[in-house]
Design a protein around this ligand. Structure first.
Ligand code: URA
Length: 280
């Protein structure tokens, strides 16, 4: 039996994970959320879920602590235009939360202000111990002014619920970019640089116990690296001394169902790490 198949059977998913997409959606705790989902949400329940066994914990790959290098430079996330250098986090002024929200709402620091419907600041509990950071608003988020309200958000909510986290009580969710890139294109390096101080200030206000970076833009921006998700997940990193774990972006998981198993392993790793950090 392959290692992947063994892990699947150990956590109660059976060897047919790939044939049964939608495990997160079918988790008993997540089913109640589905009732609230808009009709066009593709959550595709296929058969009753195989709930994960709670007596066995998936061991993540060996943990290493990789410190993010504080740097004024951003990684070259797109060929052009080049990133604008931004000041190191510690020298940025910290606006009060309400002033920060207003600054984001009125921001005209990059071209995205011309095409957005509205800015998307964040959602959740400002006192939450978990901070989840995504990439940028999509079409639904741009319309509603809230992060992760589209299909990727439905999946994220279900994943959180399956992990025992309440999206309103236990987490705060923000994005690297506060405005939607037109056509859902990738964020530009200059746009990330222009927006970076808002995210940094959100992190400084929230001071989470653990950051979960969802997708490569969040991970690469916070860790100042060009490494891909495959190299970054399964390790404990840190951003400005805050422990940080990397996982796949939910929108990627919608297109790559088999990697949901890895995303589940990341969440198990994160939950375990959070428990250890909270006990310290
Ligand atoms: N994808 C993101 O990264 N953020 C959102 O808010 C929505 C989709």
């Amino acid at each position: 039996m392959s290692r992947a198949a063994l892990i699947q059977s150990v956590i109660g998913l059976g060897p047919a994970w790939e044939a049964r997409p939608g495990w997160f959606e079918q988790h008993p705790a997540a089913l109640s959320r589905q009732a609230e989902a808009p009709a066009d949400v593709d959550l595709a329940p296929v058969e009753p879920p195989a709930p994960p066994r709670t007596d066995i914990v998936v061991q993540p790959e060996p943990t290493t602590l990789v410190a993010a290098q504080p740097s004024a430079k951003l990684p070259p996330l797109s060929a052009e235009p080049p990133p604008i250098a931004s000041p190191a986090p510690e020298v940025l002024p910290l606006l009060e939360w309400d002033a920060l929200e207003r600054a984001v709402r009125d921001c005209r620091d990059c071209r995205l202000c011309q095409t957005r419907t509205q800015t998307v600041f964040g959602r959740g509990n400002r006192q939450a111990r978990w901070l989840l950071i995504g990439e940028a608003p999509g079409e639904q988020e741009d319309r509603q002014g809230q992060p992760f309200v589209g299909r990727a958000g439905q999946l994220l909510d279900n994943m959180l619920t399956a992990t025992g986290l309440d999206r309103d009580r236990d987490v705060y969710i923000a994005n690297v970019l506060k405005c939607r890139p037109p056509g859902n294109r990738n964020p530009g390096g200059d746009e990330i640089a222009a927006c970076q101080s808002y995210l940094i200030q959100q992190i400084r206000h929230i001071q989470p116990t653990l950051i979960l970076a969802l997708g490569r833009f969040a991970a690469q921006t916070l860790l100042q690296t060009e490494k891909g998700i495959g190299q970054l997940r399964g390790k404990l990193h840190s951003y400005q001394d805050i422990p940080l774990i990397v996982s796949y972006h939910p929108a990627y998981l919608l297109r790559n169902q088999p990697d949901k198993l890895k995303a589940w392993q990341d969440l198990v790793f994160a939950k375990k790490t959070f428990g250890r950090l909270s006990a310290d």
